[in-house]
Each structure stands twice: as C-alpha cells, then as structure tokens.
Design a protein around this ligand. Structure first.
Ligand SMILES: [Mg+2]
Length: 212
C-alpha cells in the first residue's frame, strides 16, 4: 500500500480546507489563554498556500515545501516557524520519492517532530502541538512495527492525535504566552495542539482514499 507522490495538490487541499473551516474555532480556543489570533494566522497562511498552488501539480514533497515556506515567512505569531519546520521535515523526508510507503510516512512524521523540537524548547507535557504530534508519530510507528498496513497505521495515528490533543486540556502551559498564566492555563485546550490535531486528521483522511 502506497501513496503516489503525484497527489500533492489533493493532500494540500485537505489541509487548507480544514484550517479554513476551523479558523474561528482555533481563534476562540487561543483567545482563552492566548491572544486569540491562531485561527486568523493559520487561515491567512493556508489561504496563501491555496493561491500559490493554483494551477500547479506539485508532488507531495513540493506541496509540503510550499506550505512550509508560506507558514515560515508569511504568517505572524510563534506558530508560523513551528509549522514551517514541521512541514519542511515532511517535505525533505519525502523528496524525490515517486511513491510514499508507510515506512516513508513514518520517517516524515519523525522529521516533523525533529524539526519542531530543534527550534523550540518544548517537551511533551508542556501543552503545545507536540502533545498531539509526538503521540501521533509514535502510534503510527508502533502500528507499523506491529505489521499493520498503511491504512491501519493512519487510523492509529488519528486516534493518538485526538487523545494527545484532548490531553492538553488538563495540562499547565510551560511555554509561550499561556505559560505566564500558570495554573490558570489548566482546563483549556491548547490552540497549537488543536490545529495540529486538525491537520493530522485531514492529512490521514486525504491519504486514506488515495492509497493503492
Ligand atoms: Mg496567538
């Protein structure tokens, strides 16, 4: 079971659409313990990606590179660079491949985690997007190691992303603006963990019907 690398546009469209649909929700969550701009920033970045992808047929790697560059350079806030390196890792790990197998996708997720961990000091448990991304990456790798197919690995990734995202509600923020609130940051979901959950879910949902 593989994903042909030619589906960059389809994969990107799924990501763009989920951010556009959830922009108000993301800003609402960010507004509880942050400055309430996460949905606006993400929507701005992903809508610019849609314009840049217009009329193009990028590979999966090329599509991730365009998303990475746009988020890194053109959106405000701390999340732009973080998602920039996340998608850069995914782009580089799939560069030059004609087809992406589950093993390749596992490497793409690892590269995404490495990218985010390299530029920030956040660890799992600090109430950030890593609380979604790391368990999702691990679940995919564990499912693959257990001998499951690409589709089952993606389902395992989605489940873990959801559980990881929801786990941020009970965490105290250790990084960024929300960390100044200390204990008062508990009881609210993290905005970055939320967008990361939405993006990983959209990614899996776009890939699943395209696997051959
Ligand atoms: Mg914000």
């Amino acid at each position: 079971m593989v994903l042909s690398a030619k589906y960059g546009k389809e994969i990107a469209d799924g990501l763009i659409q989920t951010i556009q649909l959830n922009k108000d929700y993301l800003s609402e969550i960010d507004g509880k313990i942050g400055d309430g701009d996460h949905g606006i920033n993400m929507n701005k970045g992903f809508t610019m990606c849609r314009e840049r992808l217009e009329g193009q047929s990028p590979s999966v790697s090329e599509a991730f590179a365009i998303i990475s560059q746009t988020l890194m350079e053109d959106i405000g806030g701390s999340m732009g660079p973080l998602y920039g390196v996340l998608f850069e890792g995914m782009s580089m790990a799939s560069e030059g491949r004609e087809a992406i197998a589950a093993e390749d996708f596992a490497q793409m997720l690892s590269a995404a985690v490495e990218g985010v961990m390299e530029i920030g000091s956040a660890q799992v448990g600090d109430k950030t997007l890593l609380d979604t991304l790391v368990p999702a990456k691990d679940a995919f790798a564990d499912s693959l190691a257990a001998g499951h197919g690409f589709d089952e690995c993606l389902s395992a990734m989605k489940e873990a992303a959801s559980a990881g995202w929801r786990s941020t509600e009970n965490m105290v923020a250790k990084i960024g603006r929300a960390s100044r609130l200390g204990e008062r940051s508990r009881g609210v979901l993290d905005a970055g963990a939320t967008s990361c959950y939405l993006l990983l879910t959209a990614l899996a949902d776009s890939i699943l019907p395209l696997l051959t």
